[in-house]
Design a protein around this ligand. Structure first.
Ligand code: MN
Length: 128
């Protein structure tokens, strides 16, 4: 798959990049919320990993924009967050993302989450 990783933290970006390459996926990365939509329109990723805290921007706003755009609404999204707050968790699950992962993410959980999308499966939003 061609996987877009949207993550502003250098360490996490490198970790996700390395793990995806180990799984033989192609990786595109983006560290700025301002560029996400343009990159998606140009590169048409098969899967998006979306950090929910991008500096001043909210991953939730980006997900809402994508889900309102018929051209991009079917791209599966894995939301990644450090929030422990229940209200945010519920808003994220309602946003239309396909999977929700809370940091810190174990390598096993990461592999399992990515592999769920390797055969074009659409999953109901669940929390691992
Ligand atoms: Mn972040």
């Amino acid at each position: 798959m061609k996987v877009l990783v949207v993550e502003d933290n250098d360490f996490n970006l490198k970790l996700f990049n390395d793990l995806l390459l180990l799984m033989n996926h192609e990786v595109i990365s983006c560290q700025s919320a301002d560029l996400v939509i343009d990159i998606i329109n140009v590169d048409s990723p098969d899967l998006i990993l979306m950090d929910m805290q991008l500096g001043d921007a909210s991953g939730l706003d980006i997900i809402n924009l994508l889900k309102q755009d018929p051209k991009n609404s079917s791209i599966p999204i894995i939301a990644i967050t450090a929030f422990a707050m229940k209200s945010d968790e519920e808003r994220i699950l309602r946003s239309g993302c396909d999977l929700y992962l809370a940091k810190p993410i174990s390598i096993e959980v990461f592999f399992d989450a990515i592999s769920k999308f390797e055969h074009n499966n659409k999953y109901e939003a669940v929390m691992l």
